[in-house]
Design a protein. Structure first.
Length: 290
């Protein structure tokens, strides 16, 4: 998936409007965008929204529950599992063990509500505390529900006491570049997509485009969004170009024709197995991996 759009769970108008955003996935939010006195209303609205769209395939409907230490996560799950969400977004995740714990709780909800075992995926926000950063290499132990690995900087800045997450030129400061890169490596180690964090200036198209292009270049598969206006640009940036698809297909075809060869010649260049693996990943991302 390329785009994951956060939608406040306590706004019926925004929930309905989000369906036309073009996002690959909606994240119906029960956490940061909902004030404490609106949590109950948000659970009700999100549960009703899920039930109304149960069984529809697009967009995927994820729910961001509250963090484990909030005391709200189990009640969040009890409510939203009635609507069979596509997945659960876990904030403040602290490693693969947290995903495994959430998975066991989801399994109970699936059994209670007639949902196929294992159908509900989990997307952790994996870098929102200093402790979590040291666990980014543990998600290969998280189990089969793991849908990807996303990183976040805003909560982390509060945890470590940094005065800013960005340089004057808009680039990430050193602590956040480190965390971004570790998330990318952690996702690759776990065999799932890496998802880039939000771009908070939703009116800044140039900055968003630059951040998307850098993320796609480095290996991220998609990006979190906080406003519908960001979705089209994110989708475009994370969709492989026709030229890239054609090149990847040529590499796959060359290896197929060469049988079990470890190296092939293509266009005057020697292409080896790592190039094949990268080409296959690109075709899979483009939906052309048959």
């Amino acid at each position: 998936m390329r785009s994951y759009l956060f939608v406040p769970g306590d706004s019926e108008r925004k929930l309905q409007k989000s369906l036309a955003s073009g996002a690959d996935a909606l994240i119906l939010d029960l956490e940061d965008s909902v004030s404490p006195d609106r949590k109950g209303a948000a659970r009700k609205l999100v549960s009703e929204f899920l039930l109304a769209h149960r069984g529809k395939t697009a967009p995927a409907l994820f729910v961001r529950i509250n963090a484990f230490d909030s005391g709200l996560s189990e009640s969040d799950l009890e409510h939203v599992m009635t609507g069979a969400p596509s997945g659960i977004v876990l904030p403040k995740a602290a490693g693969g063990a947290d995903v495994a714990l959430l998975s066991s709780r989801i399994a109970v909800g699936e059994a209670l509500h007639g949902i196929e075992d294992g159908a509900t995926r989990i997307l952790p926000i994996a870098s929102e505390t200093a402790r979590a950063v040291f666990s980014l290499g543990t998600y290969d132990e998280a189990g089969p529900r793991l849908a990807g690995l996303a990183w976040g900087g805003e909560d982390l800045s509060a945890d470590i006491g940094s005065l800013s997450t960005k340089e004057a030129n808009g680039g990430w400061t050193e602590p956040y570049r480190l965390v971004r890169n570790l998330c990318l490596f952690g996702a690759a180690s776990a065999g799932v997509d890496a998802v880039d964090t939000v771009y908070t200036d939703f009116s800044g198209a140039d900055g968003l485009l630059a951040e998307c292009e850098a993320a796609a270049r480095d290996g991220f598969a998609g990006k979190l969004a906080i406003h519908p206006n960001q979705v089209e640009l994110i989708n475009r940036a994370f969709t492989p170009s026709e030229a890239a698809i054609s090149e990847a297909q040529a590499i796959v075809d060359a290896f197929r024709q060469a049988g079990g060869a470890g190296v092939v010649g293509l266009g005057g260049k020697m292409i080896d197995r790592p190039h094949l693996k990268l080409a296959e990943r690109l075709l899979k991302r483009a939906g052309r991996n048959d």
